[in-house]
Design a binder for this molecule. Structure first.
Ligand code: PRP
Ligand code: URA
Length: 208
């Protein structure tokens, strides 16, 4: 059975519906990618550990909490870039580490072209950001890179996922929870998500 968290939030459904619309222009598209990413991050981080922290209010002292681990956002270039600002609105101190992959159009295999991770990990938690989980090849390759870097707590956040991509991630990285705005029907013969939203990179950057 497929393991993925599909958002049930009405705001996510509402915004995704506008995002999918072929008539939605790049400016609005970018705005929605950012907003939906923030909503999904709220869901994906709800069980992150905190440590107690004393705080002095105008009325006296109390004990609150703060995030235990440094958080790293890992947008997969290009399309993941558009998710960063929305997530940063929630986690302004998050580090951002870019991984560049593109999908070979014929083989659908991910090809890496950018990775500037330092030798040792600087974060305890990584949120992998990519709008589209299609075959799952790009997400799985990125997660392998992060595990090799030494990060143990990794979560994947995407806007749309196909069953094929969820299955691929479940099989290759069963320890990595998947958070999606929606789980779509299938991939078509050229590896695009149906009904999907088309090419997430092209629609954000106006390059289609
Ligand atoms: C898209 C998308 C994912 C990948 C998903 O990127 O943003 O990274 O395809 O496909 P997969 O699950 O089959 O690997 P693309 O290769 O089009 O590059 P781009 O973001 O630069 O447009
Ligand atoms: N990448 C996209 O941008 N869209 C898809 O449907 C699949 C991969």
């Amino acid at each position: 059975m497929l393991q993925a968290n599909e958002s049930k939030h009405p705001m996510v459904l509402h915004k995704l519906t506008i995002l999918r619309d072929v008539a939605t222009e790049p400016r609005k598209f970018r705005e929605l990618v950012s907003e939906i990413s923030a909503l999904l991050t709220y869901e994906a981080t709800r069980d992150l550990p905190t440590i107690e922290k004393e705080v002095e209010t105008p009325m006296g002292k109390t004990v609150g909490g703060e995030m235990k681990d440094n958080i790293g956002l890992v947008p997969i270039l290009r399309a993941g870039l558009g998710m960063v600002d929305g997530v940063w609105d929630l986690i302004p101190d998050a580090q951002v580490w870019h991984i560049g992959l593109y999908r070979d159009e014929k083989t659908l295999q991910p090809v890496q072209y950018y990775n500037k991770l330092p030798l040792d990990p600087t974060v305890g938690v990584c949120l992998v950001l990519d709008p589209m989980l299609a075959t799952g090849g790009s997400a799985a390759a990125t997660i392998t890179i992060l595990k090799d870097w030494g990060v143990k707590n990794i979560r994947y956040i995407g806007l749309l996922g196909a069953p094929e991509g969820i299955q691929h991630l479940n099989e290759n990285h069963p320890d990595v929870p998947i958070y999606l705005g929606a789980i779509d029907e299938r991939l078509n013969e050229i590896g695009y998500i149906v009904p999907g939203l088309g090419d997430a990179g092209d629609r954000q950057f106006g390059t289609g």
